[in-house]
Design a protein around this ligand. Structure first.
Ligand code: 8YV
Length: 328
């Protein structure tokens, strides 16, 4: 029997690649050279399934040019890079990798929160530059986490994991989400209080964004929203670029209308607005919130399970568009 053809668009763990090569005719990209949209389209033409990351845009055009395709398996929980409706119409299953990254991503949200509030990277840069000649009572005064109010915008599984961690800091949690959580979930999330987005921004000392990106969430935080925040507040984005209006954020940080920001994601990444580089009150990381070795491996394995199920004619465990099966 001829093996099914799959494309793995980015470098993955070599042993996971080797196990796939035993079962499928695999085109891989261990050199990790990003495919242009045209190259991706060309490579997908004869494939039965593809594995991509959030960096690959699987557009309606690319999908229309892939007549054999049965499955698009994202190695990410967010799937705004994939034209899911077009895939559903074409009878192509789309999968993501939820849950396996919740705790690791929540840990990283806290890393950014703490680094931002306590000015960790700013003071480290200062030290490395040789400026540390004496201790001073007001050197790098930051904001307290303990006893403060945490605002979570996007209270899905990762948002809830972040809120749970705030119990240890004796914090109050306020949140906004498309819909209010069930009472037992609010209780587990440190007795989180549901508020409008505006009230979360007004009340929180630290705001963290954990919502999925879509046309509806584009610029959830822009100039008007930043204006509602306390001048002492911090903002952390571990969700997606585009949820924050980066130009508006740069102006707010420059004018100290908020204290600081911690950003793991950017509009147009991996390119980002260079004005961030000249601001001391922002912590910048290159989209690494899920980057622990066990979690990245778990994400790859989850994507593999989804792909194998789809190519075996079964419903993948993390299918985002089960209706696609009806078109098949
Ligand atoms: C991914 C992420 O590592 O899962 C997501 O949605 O943003 C990250 O965990 C990254 O997007 C690569 O696909």
């Amino acid at each position: 029997m001829t093996k099914k053809k799959i494309l793995i668009a980015r470098a993955i763990f070599p042993d996971i690649l080797a196990s796939l090569e035993q079962q499928f005719d695999v085109e891989s990209n261990q050199a990790d050279i990003i495919f242009s949209p045209d190259v991706l389209l060309e490579k997908m033409r004869d494939k039965d399934a593809i594995m991509v990351t959030a960096s690959e845009a699987v557009s309606a055009q690319v999908i229309a040019a892939s007549p054999k395709l049965k499955a698009i398996c994202n190695i990410a929980v967010g799937y705004n890079n994939i034209a899911v409706d077009a895939a559903t119409q074409a009878g192509i299953l789309v999968t993501n990798t939820p849950d396996v990254l919740n705790e690791t991503t929540a840990d990283f949200g806290w890393a950014l929160l703490m680094a931002t509030a306590r000015r960790v990277t700013e003071s480290e840069h200062w030290l490395r530059a040789g400026h540390w000649k004496q201790w001073s009572y007001d050197g790098f005064l930051g904001a307290d986490l303990h006893g403060s109010t945490l605002g979570v915008i996007g209270m899905g599984r990762i948002g809830q994991a972040i809120a749970r961690r705030s119990m240890g800091f004796d914090m109050k949690v306020v949140y906004h989400n498309r819909s209010r959580l069930a009472p037992e979930l609010e209780a587990r999330a440190n007795d989180a209080t549901y508020l409008s987005k505006e009230d979360v921004l007004r009340q929180a000392d630290h705001v963290i964004l954990v919502l999925p990106y879509s046309a509806a969430t584009h610029h959830t935080i822009a100039a008007a929203e930043l204006a509602l925040m306390k001048p002492t507040a911090t903002l952390v984005n571990i969700a997606r670029g585009g949820i924050v209006d980066d130009v508006a954020l740069i102006a707010a940080l420059r004018e100290r209308r908020i204290m600081g920001a911690g950003l793991d994601v950017f509009e147009g990444e991996p390119a980002f607005n260079p004005d961030f580089l000249s601001l001391p009150n922002v912590v910048l990381t290159p989209h690494i919130a899920s980057a622990s070795a066990p979690t990245r491996r778990a994400m790859a394995k989850c994507a593999v399970e989804n792909l194998m199920a789809a190519l075996a004619g079964q419903m993948p465990p993390n299918c985002l568009n089960p209706d696609a099966a009806k078109k098949g």
